[in-house]
Design a protein around this ligand. Sequence first.
Ligand code: SF4
Length: 257
Amino acid sequence: MLRKDRYKAFIEYFSTHQPDAKTELNYSTPYELLVAVILSAQCTDKRINQITPALFERFPDPYILAASTPEEVFTYIKSVSYPNNKANHLVGMAKVLTSQFNGEVPAAIEDLQKMPGVGRKTANVISSIVYEAPALAVDTHVFRVANRIGLVQNAKTPLAVEKQLVKFIPNKMIRHAHHWLILHGRYICVARRPKCEICPLTHFCQYYEYQQKGKMLTEPAYNVQKKEKIKVSNKAIKIGQALKKYAVKEEDRFLKK
Ligand code: SF4
């Protein structure tokens, strides 16, 4: 099957059966959505929905959150993954949101990414849900399902997957495709044992096609750490260079004595 035909079948199926797919996070304002999405990294939406009512009641707007401390925020979010980092991110985000954007969640991906805890994935989620922009966030579910179905080829990073999906999916469908892929990955095309026996996409899924022929499809690993590792090593290089400069200076000083 050609890739363009897979896209056609994918769009046809979901726009017929799940035209209104949406996020499972509970929120009532863009600020609340931003908080919930930051919290949802490496955590389930169900867990986030359990803790956000109390959190939103205590911090109903970014100004109140900005005036708080990570220690206080921690007490509201301690049952989610990485609560220390996320508490820091939330207060930091609120400070930037109030000082640079008048408390209004910005629309531009670059502006969103200026806030602590907001990477490209979170920025894309906010931009597509709040501003209905044609942005497609690639999380582990989107990454896995897009690869399995065969919507992307040789896409080994979330960014590569995002670029290919955005290229082939019509603009007005992009923000829906994000939810289609996430929900399908969360409930049917699960990581360890995809439920192909109940999946309605078998007629155009590449993974299923391979399985039927007795072949295995090699699945790239979802790895968002790559970039961070490079960042760390660049930082290490900079520190190394600074130390080297310092050592050379000291050596000069010593020799001049
Ligand atoms: S057929 Fe199987 S591998 Fe393909 S999308 Fe469905 S559950 Fe996933």
